[in-house]
Design a binder for this molecule. Structure first.
Ligand SMILES: [Zn+2]
Length: 489
């Protein structure tokens, strides 16, 4: 048995001011064949898992290139094509194969390509033929297009948000693909379009129970896998929105019925999945207006680099400084120039520093401050589950009662190392502001007395009606009254 594996992934924000080129993949994650480390990163989990399973079960794994870039605007056309063709050339050289395992994200766009994953799958299918088994792992923030579902044999999405289960889901994907190659199962997929867009954290209800419900349905009555495609709010493409995918063992009617039933449940609970969020000033009032038994973590999803924002919006920091608060920390602010100045000045130095507010009109205005450099880090790395994510060189500064983590490689707050690596002790803080939508929750909830969400006025508000969509298929809730849901595949 011969299986080829590769990974090509990013999450493209149609409204991001930051362009995405091949060099952005190469400076984040680029593992040509044979160079992938022996640990999983999100989108390369199928390779990591298949490598171990190949050793245990004695099949031959041919490793192709793996690419990942931090979310930003759609990828430059020629750069997307060069990465796609690099993988396809490797696949062509590996033929014949019995299977292909791809670690994709599912919301990657390139100029001229609304569905990069569908395009890659179409070309891969043309190479390997109809008999080979193609298995795909996707991030739930994907555009789960009909084309992909028709071209792949098995698709499994992460269930958790924060996405802490990427290795477990890759294990399931590899298990199902191997069983299919061995003729033990015949996977068929059913796809239900909820005709809505929402945010589905699984750290709160009803998302938490829905994950358990999906898991409880698997492994019986011919149901192999159940996934919720949340959709990616900032992707302006026709097949935008929430979809339910059910994989059965040759039981299409069961899959159709279940996908419809789950999809209707998701629709009925629309608007209740997302956390309530406050105005940034209200959040500060709440944190400083009463006693708490530890730090209050206040997420600002509107400036989440993980969704394509610049992560250099200064609105929340300005509010904290204007109010003269004590014991606040905010991060990360993406500002390579300010980081370089702090590194040149050294720990303990007082610097007149301009930071943040640079990348776009939605960044707010820069902060000019007398800052003390309180910590420096080279090649900083934060933890997210078993993954290690770079934030580059970094600096911690103190401005009045506010400590700020400045980073040089754009990333959202995932692990607490964003702060601890640059001399900021979160345990002593009252207000901990993080730029992230929900991935922060895995590392930060355990240190928090309370977790709040605010709208800091950045480029990615939680309210999807605030985006200037031009291409999404309407009607779609919440932009329109809820239309009928529909079974697509
Ligand atoms: Zn995601």
């Amino acid at each position: 048995m011969r299986i080829f594996t590769a990974s090509l992934a990013t999450e493209s924000n149609s409204f991001s001011p930051i362009p995405t080129a091949r060099k952005d993949f190469e400076s984040t994650i680029y593992f040509p064949p044979g160079t992938h480390p022996d640990r999983a990163t999100h989108c390369t989990a199928p390779l990591y898992v298949a490598r171990r399973r190949a050793r245990q079960e004695g099949f031959e794994l041919i490793e192709g290139s793996c690419f990942w870039a931090e979310p930003s605007a759609p990828v430059a056309t020629a750069d997307y094509e060069s990465m796609r063709d690099e993988i396809l050339d490797q696949l062509r050289a590996a033929l014949p194969v019995d299977g292909v395992l791809l670690g994709l994200h599912g919301a990657m766009l390139a100029y001229g390509y609304d569905d990069c994953e569908g395009d890659l799958l179409e070309r891969a299918r043309a190479l390997v033929g109809p008999e080979a088994v193609i298995g795909v792992e996707l991030d739930p923030h994907c555009h789960l297009t009909e084309k992909r579902v028709r071209l792949a044999d098995v698709i499994v999405l992460y269930k958790e948000y924060p996405h802490t289960d990427f290795v477990e889901r890759a294990e399931e994907l590899v298990t199902l693909a191997l069983a299919s190659i061995r003729g033990e199962i015949k996977p068929v997929m059913s796809l239900y379009d909820c005709r809505m867009d929402d945010l589905f954290p699984t750290t709160r209800e009803p998302g938490r129970s829905f994950v358990e419900r999906m898991k409880g349905l698997e492994g019986r009555d011919g149901v192999l896998s159940v996934s919720l495609g949340h959709g990616f709010t900032q992707g302006d493409v026709p097949e935008h929105g929430t979809r339910v995918l059910v994989v059965t063992n040759d039981a299409k009617a069961t899959g159709d019925r279940l996908a419809t039933e789950l999809g209707e449940e998701v629709r009925a609970k629309r608007g209740t999945w997302r956390p309530p969020y406050l105005d940034a000033g209200e959040a500060i009032d709440l944190v400083y207006g009463r006693a708490w038994d530890g730090p209050v973590v206040v997420a600002d999803p509107s400036d989440n680099a993980g969704g394509g924002a610049a992560s250099d919006n200064t609105n929340v920091i300005r509010l904290l400084l204007d109010r003269g608060v004590a014991d606040a920390a905010v991060g990360p602010i993406w500002d390579p120039a300010a980081v370089a100045i702090c590194h040149a000045a050294g720990v303990g130095a007082q610097v007149t520093l301009r930071f943040g507010g640079k990348a776009a009109p939605t960044s707010g205005v820069p902060v000019d401050a007398e800052a003390t450099v309180i910590g420096l880090a080279r090649d900083g790395v934060q933890s997210f589950g078993s993954a290690k994510v770079s934030f580059g060189d970094a600096a911690g500064i103190r401005v009045g009662g506010v400590d700020v983590s400045l980073i040089s490689h754009r990333s959202q707050a995932l692990g607490t190392e964003i702060f601890s690596a640059v001399g900021i002790d979160l345990a002593t803080k009252r207000y901990v502001g993080v730029k992230s939508t929900n991935h922060f929750h895995a590392a930060y909830a355990p240190i928090a007395a309370e977790v709040l969400y605010c709208d800091g006025g950045g480029p990615s508000p939680l309210d999807s009606r605030k985006y200037p969509f031009r291409r999404i298929a309407r009607p779609l809730w919440p932009h329109d009254d809820l239309p009928e849901g529909r079974l697509l595949v």
